[in-house]
Design a protein around this ligand. Structure first.
Ligand code: PGA
Length: 255
């Protein structure tokens, strides 16, 4: 039996500014959990406020960025670098969310570049992968997952970071923001596939040390059953991370 280390991660997407961030953090009543960590991926403009607030309030929360560029600096209008994030105390970044792929032209290749750049500059990275509804309906889910993972698994920087500073989120695109959650069995099938692919390349120990979060319409009503699956190490939560009540309920379900 794997020893799980649970991560409850919220992704606020393009919601809330600094004022609402403060209100949210003020409303949180949470204590540390023995086997779980909490993290929030916030819009860039909220990061510094959030870091300062959790420090002052001693809240057991890690704060992360929703994206980061792979280059150290340069002519990349609208982007953030790892050193900018680190300067304000951020060491966590989400990369490759399906909305970045769908609306902003990010690809497996650009996700790889960002990931390698971020890892090289000492960030901890959560990379999102997952199939669309069309791909699932065409029985292409395993191929899509294999392809999305293949570039990461072929890269030396990523290979040495898996299970340490590189972790994954499986987010079926058809379940994101739709209210349709993958059933625990559907999710576990893909998580087991991902873990198996990691194990082929990295061995069982490193594969087991890699966190694989599930994301897509996670709520307090379905989180417990998802967490009970052997290969699901937590949730990446959009909608239900936006209200302190539902967020605290999710935390209460963590071990
Ligand atoms: P959702 O979003 O929980 O609102 O479906 C999840 C995500 O996109 O990370």
């Amino acid at each position: 039996m794997r020893e799980k280390s649970i991560l409850l991660a919220g992704n606020w997407k393009m919601n809330y500014g600094p004022k609402e961030t403060l209100q949210f953090l003020d409303a949180l009543k949470i204590s540390p959990k023995p086997k779980a960590k909490m993290r929030l991926y916030l819009p860039a403009i909220n990061l510094e406020t959030a870091v300062k607030t959790i420090t002052v309030k001693s809240l057991p929360i890690e704060i992360g960025a929703q994206n980061v560029h792979g280059e150290k600096s340069g002519a990349y209008t609208g982007e953030l670098s790892a050193s900018m994030l680190k300067e304000i105390g951020i060491t966590q970044a989400l990369i490759g969310h399906s909305e970045r792929r769908q609306f902003f032209g990010e690809t497996d290749q650009s996700v790889l570049k960002r990931t390698v750049g971020a890892l090289t500059q000492d960030l901890e990275v959560l990379v999102c992968i997952g199939e669309t509804l069309q791909e699932r309906n065409q029985n292409r889910m395993p191929d899509v997952i294999r392809t999305q993972l293949a570039l990461l698994l072929a890269d030396e920087t990523c290979l040495s970071a898996f299970g340490q500073r590189l972790h994954l989120a499986y987010e079926p695109v058809w379940a994101i923001g739709t209210g349709v959650t993958a059933t625990p069995a559907q999710a576990e099938e893909v998580h087991a596939l991902i873990r198996g692919l990691l194990a082929e390349k990295l061995g069982a120990e490193r594969a087991n040390a890699t966190r694989i979060l599930y994301g897509g319409s996670v709520t307090p009503a379905n989180f417990k059953d998802l967490l009970a699956c052997p290969n699901i190490d937590g949730g990446l939560v959009g909608g239900a991370s936006l209200k302190p009540e539902s967020w605290m309920q999710l935390w209460s379900l963590c071990p």
